[in-house]
Write a protein that binds this ligand. Structure first.
Ligand code: 4AD
Ligand code: MG
Length: 479
């Protein structure tokens, strides 16, 4: 029977009154052959377990090593130690699992994040990753809470698809065909009729297209699932497998879409601030310490919590792509040729250095850029009357860059078909998508929030590999 266990998070709320309690967890440290700092993952805080001298078998005590798992039953008493109101005076001790101190790779000292990435299977047991992944959990929960409160239907879109939602060709193929002796057509191309699904399939890059089908029946839906991109970007912001939240709303235009996205991001931040205070305070300290290593001008102007409060209390800056290009072109940064990619003029795609300049140097707050040139955006975005731009929007966050991408969708069948043809998107295969425009089409819009980028923003971590349990990136799929 294990269910008498009290979680340490709950225990630490108790008033010490000699109650009997059973706790279980992993040993963080063991001092003076008496004091165990025990952690069970429910909170960043450890509970102190007191093993009175002489009361326990020496051989047993030797087995209390870092990360050994133990079960302790004892009495809750006031603690004499600093910073803790109670501790557990053990009456019985049971070692559940030994941990060979010589071989255990985590020592009770500071390890680099790079090192911890190599032992991602154990890094949850550190304070930093404990906090990061509890915050990640909370944000995931808050996402469902937000949309549920608004009456959105949670839709599970397929992982295996035959379409390329973004039209960017960055897909992982899904096949059971053999690599040698691949069945071929007469013209030498692969004969996918022989393949498992009888056609070429891939891992989804986005659930949006199926989401649109849902929105044009339920009114408002959202997806929240894994998406896959075979883009060879080895950066601190890109994963090959990441989680995305994609709401899609009928009867909705670009402005409604921007309003919802801003409200959504603020809701998530507020939820974490209210429910993960301890973890955020820990992460805030961690960040401040990490930044001490940096030269003054590279440090953030605000602490983590201060930054989150600032974002909550201020409107995001909205401006058009055209206005952004003007600002960038006129900036001293550009004139002094400090951008790696110089501002060549209207129509160019913005690089993350440009986005970050706008957010971090110019406006110093989140920015919603909108109405981009149609040639740098996806086929499904609604064409504006100027014939040059589409009703797209990206949200750019300080320290991260793009965190949301979305748009109003082209609901006019003729315009959509024409754009698909121009962009070489196969209209016949997408008959089902086009049907929404044939039968009761409506103005509609949606966006995608990159979940890991949101977790980065809230936790103040700087590498996306540190906010997903087991990152998949080019040349790396360990664990
Ligand atoms: O801008 P993206 O490509 O937009 C879409 O996929 C649309 N279908 C969304 C929609 O309108 N329903 O991706 C959306 C977001 C980005 O803003 C970014 O936060 C995140 O997904 N993202 C990535 N996150 C981690 N690693 C990658 N390789 C990412 N690519 C995009
Ligand atoms: Mg995008």
């Amino acid at each position: 029977m294990f269910n008498k266990r009290v979680k340490i998070k709950e225990l630490l709320q108790w008033e010490p009154q000699q109650q009997e309690v059973t706790v279980m967890g992993w040993v963080r440290t063991f001092r003076n052959n008496q004091f165990v700092a025990l952690n069970d993952g429910s909170t960043n805080s450890n509970v102190q377990v007191l093993l009175e001298l002489g009361k326990f078998d020496e051989a047993e005590l030797k087995r209390i090593t870092t990360s050994a798992s133990i079960k302790v039953t004892g009495i809750v008493i006031p603690s004499l130690g600093k910073g803790q109101k109670l501790e557990v005076k053990a009456t019985t001790l049971e070692i559940l699992g030994d941990s060979d101190a010589e071989k255990y790779p985590l020592q009770p000292k500071k390890h680099s994040l790079e090192f911890l990435r190599e032992i991602a299977h154990l890094r949850f047991r550190t304070s930093t990753f404990g906090s990061v992944f509890r915050v990640r959990h909370s944000l995931a929960f808050a996402i469902h809470k937000f949309f549920n409160e608004k009456g959105f239907v949670y839709m599970h879109t397929p992982i295996v698809t035959a379409s390329d939602a973004e039209g960017a060709g960055e897909m992982f193929k899904v096949t059971t065909l053999p690599f040698d002796e691949t069945p071929r057509n007469e013209d030498g191309t692969v004969n996918f009729k022989e393949d498992f699904f009888g056609r070429a399939t891939n891992l989804t890059v986005s659930g949006q297209l199926e989401g649109e089908l849902g929105a044009t029946a339920f009114g408002e839906i959202y997806t929240f699932g894994p998406t896959f991109r075979a883009e060879n970007s080895n950066t601190a912001r890109h994963l090959a497998e990441f989680w995305m939240i994609e709401p899609e709303m009928a009867f909705c235009d670009l402005e409604d879409n921007m309003n919802l996205a801003e409200e959504f991001i603020k809701y998530l931040i507020k939820y974490a601030m209210e429910n993960n205070r301890e973890d955020l305070e820990f992460l805030s300290q961690r960040l401040a310490e990490e930044e001490k290593q940096l030269p003054q001008d590279k440090r953030s102007e605000m602490g983590l919590i201060e930054k989150l409060e600032f974002v909550l209390n201020n409107d995001f800056q909205r401006l058009t792509y055209t206005e952004a290009i003007d600002i960038l072109r006129e900036s001293n940064h550009n004139k002094k040729k400090k951008f790696q990619y110089p501002i060549t003029g209207w129509g160019m795609d913005l690089q993350s250095e440009h986005e970050r300049y706008l957010v971090e140097k110019h406006f110093k707050k989140p920015v919603i850029l909108n109405n981009y040139p149609k040639d740098i955006k996806a086929f499904y975005m609604r064409q504006n009357d100027d014939g040059k731009t589409v009703a797209a929007m990206d949200i750019l966050a300080p320290g991260i860059g793009e965190i949301v991408g979305g748009s109003q969708r082209e609901e006019r069948l003729d315009k959509l078909e024409q754009r698909m043809k121009e962009m070489h998107i196969p209209t016949e295969e997408m008959w089902w998508y086009l049907d929404t425009r044939r039968f009761g089409t409506v103005p509609h819009a949606g966006f995608g929030l990159g979940f890991e980028r949101m977790v980065l923003f809230v936790t103040g971590m700087t590498n996306i590999r540190d906010v997903i349990a087991f990152p998949r990136t080019p040349k790396s799929a360990e664990f």
